[in-house]
Ligand binder design. Sequence first.
Ligand code: ADP
Ligand code: GLC
Length: 483
Amino acid sequence: MRILQVSAEIFPLLKTGGLADIAGALPQALAAAGQDVRVLLPGFPQIVAGVAGLAPVAELRAPWGESARLLKGGIGAADVPAYVIDAPGLYDRPGNPYEDANRQPYGDSHKRFALLGWAAAQLAQGLDPDWQPELVHAHDWHAGLAPAYLAFADWRGRPRVRSVFTIHNLAYQGLFAPWNFTELGLPGEAFQLNGLEFHGQVSFMKAGLYFSDRLSTVSPTYAREIQTPEQGFGLDGLLRGRSGVLTGILNAVDDTVWNPASDPLLAAGYDVRRPGGKATCKAALQQALGLAVAPDAPVFTIVSRLTEQKGLPLVLDGLDTLVAQGGQLALLGSGDGWMEDAFRRRAAAAPESVSVTIGYNEPLAHQLFAGSDVTLVPSLFEPCGLTQMYGLRYGSLPLVHRVGGLADTVVDSTLEDMADGVATGFTFDEFSDAGYHRALRRAFALHARPADWRRVRATGMRRPADWGTAATAYIEMYQQALR
Ligand code: ADP
Ligand code: GLC
C-alpha cells in the first residue's frame, strides 16, 4: 500500500509532545511491515534543517494564491522518504509550531495548516509524478483539512484516494473565525453542520472527523470516552454517529529510542533480568539534580507539558505528604506560567527533596525514567499517554488516573492482581486529592516490601508495547478504508 502520513511534528526533528513520537515511529513500523510509506511535513526550520538531501519536487499554489515549493528528502538512518512544504513566510518563525515566542497562537494558523492538508490532497492528485499515495493518514487538527480536500477533489477517471484521520487529542481542535473559510478553497457546502462548521466557527478537527473514510484514536478507552458528552468536547454526537468506523489503536514504544538496555543517555544499562544498573542511574540522577543521594527514598518523576490536562495540581496538593513520607520528586516540564512558578517555589523550599527543571530536555527525560521509582501521570484526561509506558519500560512504576490510555496500560497493585502477576503500577478512579492520596499510600506501602516491588516492576518492564502490533492494526484499518 502507498501511504502518506501527514503531521505537524516528527521525532527526532521537532517535538512538542507525544504526537511527534508517534509520527516518527509509525512510518518506520509500517515500512518494516512491507508498506510503501512517506511523510508530509510543514517546513518548520528544524524540519528543513533535519531532513537530508532536500530537493525540489514541484511548485505548490495555495488556494489563497500564495506560492510554495514542495521538497523531498529522507529522515534518519532508515531514510524515511519525506515531503516538506517550503513556505518560509508561513513556517520560518521563532516559537513553536503553534505559538509565537510569547506563547500566543499565530494569527494565520488557518493558512499555515490548511496548506499542510492542501499539499497532501495535491500529492494524492499527482503533484509528484513519481509517487501517488492510495491512502492519506492525517494526524490531529493540523492535518484535518486533508480529508476535506480529498472529499471534494475530482476523481473522475481515476481511483479515489482514501483518508484516515487519527485523533491524538480532542481538546485541541483548530478553531478559526468563519471569515477565514473563504480562503481555504473549499466549496460553500463544506461549511455547515454536516461538514466542518462548529458553533459558527471553522473547525479543522471536525473536518478530519467528518470527511475521513476511517477514524482512529490512540487507545481503546479514549475511543469510548470521546463518544460521551463528558469527554466529547462537543463532538461526541458526531463521533457516536461515526462509531462504526472509529477504532482505538494503542500507541507503542519505539525500542530504538526507549530501551534501558541500550540507551546511551544512561549512567548504566539494565534490563528486566539484570536490573542492577537502575540503582546506578538513580544515584547519578539524585546527584545531578542536587537531591539527597538516598538509595531507599522512592523517587517520583514527572515528565510533562504543564497544562490543565495533566492533573498536576493533585501533585502540588499532595507534595507535602509525599516528602513527609520520605519521597523525592523530580519534575521536568514546561507550560502554564503559574504551574511553572508553583513547582519552582516548592523546589526552592526543599531542594534536597524536590527538583524542578523547567524547559525541554530529551536526555534528562530518559535519565528521569531510569533513575526514578514511580512515574506520576495523574491526568484529568489522557488520550493515550506515553510517559507511563516509558516509565513501565524503565522500571519506574506508573501512578495514574484510570482514564484513557492510562487505563489501558497500567494495572493497579491490588492484592489479587499482584497474586495473578499482572499488577504494574498504581491507579485511582476518583479525580480528587483523596483519590490521588490513596494511590500514593499504596505506592509507599508497596515500596516498603522490596520483593513485591521488584516483582511488580518486572511485570511492568515485560509489558509488550511493540510497534509491530500497532502497525498491524493500522494496516487493517487502511485496508478497510480502501475497501
Ligand atoms: P502529550 O503528547 O499529551 O504531551 P504524551 O505522554 O503522549 O503526552 O507525550 C509526551 C512526550 O513528550 C513524551 O515523549 C515525553 O517524554 C515528552 N516530554 C514532555 N515534556 C518534556 C520535557 N519537558 N522535556 C523532554 N521531553 C518531554
Ligand atoms: C496527544 C495526547 C497523548 C498521546 C499523544 C500521542 O498529545 O495528549 O495522550 O499519547 O498525543 O498519541
